[in-house]
Design a protein around this ligand. Structure first.
Ligand code: SAM
Length: 246
């Protein structure tokens, strides 16, 4: 997906850390080694490593993994990053805690792919290990927007040139496939730089609960925010805390 080729922009766009303590807390409570699936530029992997967590990260975007490695090396951190696809990886290691967050699972679509994803998680998770899966809670406000309108998302400085980048988007939601098609418009100092097309498979709360259970996991907790608020009607996010079924 082309948006992930713009790894340096990714960090400017995703310059928040409100979810970091949540994962540090789980990693420390669970103990042992940790695996982040679709770790991107190490936005979460690196702060966990800084806290002394033994962590591995996988992602299938070369530019994202390269930037993650560069950042970890600069900080003198020992993180095991691998260029791997979520649907096809074998690390020959089991982990006590695995997580896949910031909507990465919405890049997985299709029944066989979903089953393969959970089978890979299961293969890499210790029997008493914890798996946390997070995706956004679908909000119809975004799906009913006019697909011809552009909505401003973010303004930031290009880390290479210091020029101002404005990012805006439009989207079209296909109700049949539950896929939200997005267009991201990057403008540098008012001039169009690029337009990137990408998409997200939308997972509804009950659908996701059925999927994880069908795929061999039990739900031990469900949060609607990274401050441990339980999932409820107006939660923006779905955070499922899962264990392998005995
Ligand atoms: C929204 S980013 C999340 C990155 C990171 N987890 C974070 O919280 O910032 C989604 C990530 O999923 C990765 N990704 C998408 N499909 C993937 C796949 N099939 N296998 C591995 N990584 C994938 C992308 O390259 C991207 O880095």
């Amino acid at each position: 997906m082309n948006i992930y080729k713009k790894a340096h922009y990714y960090d400017c766009i995703n310059d928040f850390d409100f979810d970091v303590d949540f994962f540090i807390d789980f990693a420390q409570k669970q103990g042992g080694n940790v695996l982040e699936l679709a770790c991107g530029t190490g936005r979460l992997t690196i702060p966990l490593a800084k806290e002394g967590v033994k962590i591995t990260g996988i992602d299938n975007a070369e530019e994202m993994i390269a930037l993650a490695e560069e950042k970890a090396t600069k900080l003198g951190l020992n993180v095991d990053f691998h260029l791997k696809d979520l649907l096809d990886f074998d690390l020959n290691e089991k982990f006590n805690f695995i997580f896949c967050v910031h909507n990465s699972f919405s890049h997985i679509d299709g029944f066989e792919n979903v089953k393969q994803f959970f089978s890979n998680v299961s293969e890499h998770l210790e029997d008493d290990g914890t798996f946390i899966l997070q995706v956004f809670n679908p909000d119809f406000f975004f799906f009913t927007r006019d697909p011809n309108d552009k909505f401003p998302l973010k303004t930031f400085k290009d880390p290479f040139s210091d020029k101002i980048i404005s990012l805006s988007e439009n989207s079209f939601y296909d109700e049949e496939t539950q896929i939200n098609y997005l267009k991201w418009f990057f403008e540098k100092e008012g001039e169009e730089e690029s337009i990137e097309n990408w998409s997200q498979r939308v997972y509804y709360p009950k659908e996701l609960e059925y999927i994880v259970q069908f795929c061999g996991f039990e739900i031990v907790d469900k949060f609607g925010d990274f401050d441990f608020t339980p999932f409820e009607n107006d939660s923006e996010t779905q955070i499922l805390v899962l264990k392998k079924k005995k």
